[in-house]
Design a protein around this ligand. Structure first.
Ligand code: SF4
Ligand code: SF4
Length: 135
């Protein structure tokens, strides 16, 4: 993904907000890429886990909150276990999902799911899936 930085687009408040919601210190990340290397679902993300944290550091609010990566994360903690700086990316991803919902971005519409899919899916799978959609 190409990122164009300029004086008007980076949000200085955004990284501070993510830090306060996640409890993580973004400045600890030095972009080694270990998190991306171990993430089991990075292949399905439009931006990788290490790119997510870098873009948050740079205040790329709109691009991060509209990415599918924050919704693909399954909070498995593989990245945390591999991070030399003990950055818990799963907490950062969770805070980004909350902010995305607060901004009104709708990653999945319940109404858009086919009736047959809802009828055949285990109730617990649906409940677990939509847990992410609670801000
Ligand atoms: S493993 Fe940790 S330090 Fe390395 S890129 Fe990921 S979050 Fe940053
Ligand atoms: S917690 Fe999320 S970002 Fe980290 S390895 Fe697991 S799926 Fe990937």
């Amino acid at each position: 993904m190409k990122i164009t930085l300029g004086p008007s687009n980076p949000s200085k408040a955004f990284p501070r907000l993510v830090e306060s919601l996640s409890g993580e210190d973004l400045s600890k990340c030095y972009q080694c890429g270990n998190c991306t290397g171990g993430c089991p679902v990075s292949f399905a993300m439009d931006i990788s886990p290490s790119q997510v944290i870098r873009m948050v550091q740079l205040g790329q609010e709109e691009a991060v909150l509209r990415s599918n990566a924050i919704w693909r994360c399954v909070s498995c903690l593989q990245c945390f276990s591999r991070c030399p700086k003990c950055v818990d990316l799963s907490r950062i991803m969770e805070s980004l999902r909350r902010l995305s919902l607060r901004r009104g971005y709708e990653p999945v519409s319940v109404k858009a799911l086919p009736d047959e899919f809802i009828r055949r899916s285990p109730q617990m799978a649906l409940v677990a899936g939509f847990r992410k959609l609670v801000p």
